[in-house]
Design a binder for this molecule. Sequence first.
Ligand code: HEC
Length: 273
Amino acid sequence: MTRCPAADARPHGRSPARRLPARRPARRCAPGARTLVALALPALALGAAGCSLKSASNVNEIAGKRQFVAKCGSCHILARAGTKGIVGPNLDEAFRQGLSEGEARSTVRGIVEGQILNPNPEGAMPKNLVAGATRGDVAAYVSSVVARPGQDKGLLATAVQAPGAGKPAVEKAGKLQIPASPTGQLAYSTAKASAKPGPVTVEMPNMSGVTHNIAFEAGEHGSSGPGPVLGSSKIISKGTATVSLTLKPGSYTFFCEVPGHRQAGMYGALSVK
Ligand code: HEC
């Protein structure tokens, strides 16, 4: 058999040659992927009956969005979720072609579930990042928004706090605390901090499970800077990292040195006066 089970379950008939994006034929029809997609077949069969994801189940897309941001967004771009990770493929790009050629979103959902269950063992994606019903929630959310222009609406729009929107961090008695966003977003809890001149110990608590650190550069440079780095903490995925600096009056940039994180928005401005 040369066709994917997922393709067989699709309600809209297109020629197999056209429906498979050139980039991913192996994953779609590899024997491994076939078994996995078969696991998702009950959902696909229902989806085919109603030809829509909503009628297929009562999945919780809001929880799915939160979990996607927390567990997947540090590695994947998904425009509607506002995530900017670059370790794995851009998911909007990965599915755009297939969807534009008529692939059903219920098929995409099966692929996403299959990928969570069984990522490429040689790739960087850990297995079973989300389990049970949550896996269905994540797959439902991703498949409903992937490669879809515009923005999430209603409750979905407010399901996740905007990155860096917390209150500014203020130095007290030589200590300045700038937490990594606990949501898993590539951001600190705040994009603004202030301190008095002199020695300061910066603490970066990290509850996200995603690896981060905090480093400082003179001047306000945003998502990319010329350096040099004045000081930086260790890279950690839990606990609290610290870095001690002696600051002169002026403006500084704090940022994460894990590749791709600063570019994705993990930086902020520190004002010393
Ligand atoms: C540590 C980084 C990392 C995390 C976290 C991660 N992924 Fe991935 N992902 C990857 C990499 C690398 C690939 C490409 C290799 C592969 O197929 O396993 C990938 C591939 C994928 C693909 C296939 C895309 C394609 O082109 O076919 C999907 C779908 C996907 N991931 C979804 C998810 C979801 C959903 C989550 C969260 C539950 C997640 N990923 C978490 C790194 C990650």
